[in-house]
Design a protein around this ligand. Structure first.
Ligand SMILES: [Zn+2]
Length: 124
């Protein structure tokens, strides 16, 4: 039961789905959270993840890119221009993807731990 819940939370977070129904997409833009879920009407605008997603994304992307750039520099000895053209797009793409996933996971966690105190007992 707990394993299923964890798998469901990971799947919902990776796909950026609604924490309640798992069908509606929670984003209206790249990183803008919808006011309400289109499928079940869950109020999403009150779930504020704050600076958490930015911190975790910056931390994870920083570690991955630092080790990858170090590995490429040590074993391939490429120019700095190559580093710039390789890592800049990767940093941007990975950061945006991780921001979406982590923000979705934090919203999912807030919802399922009833942080706002608005969930119905049946939803838990
Ligand atoms: Zn929903």
């Amino acid at each position: 039961m707990v394993a299923n819940k964890k798998i469901y939370s990971l799947r919902a977070s990776l796909c950026c789905k609604c924490p309640s129904c798992g069908k509606g997409v929670i984003y209206s833009g790249l990183l803008d959270v919808r006011d309400k879920c289109k499928c079940c009407g869950l109020n999403l605008k009150d779930h504020d993840s704050g600076d958490g997603p930015a911190f975790f994304a910056m931390f994870i992307v920083g570690i991955i890119i630092t080790f990858a750039a170090g590995f490429v520099e040590i074993f391939f000895e490429v120019s700095m221009v190559f580093h710039m053209f390789l890592w800049t797009p990767l940093i941007i793409i990975l950061s945006i993807w991780l921001l979406r996933v982590i923000k979705s996971y934090l919203i999912y966690t807030e919802y399922h731990h009833n942080i706002l105190g608005t969930n119905k007992k049946n939803d838990l």
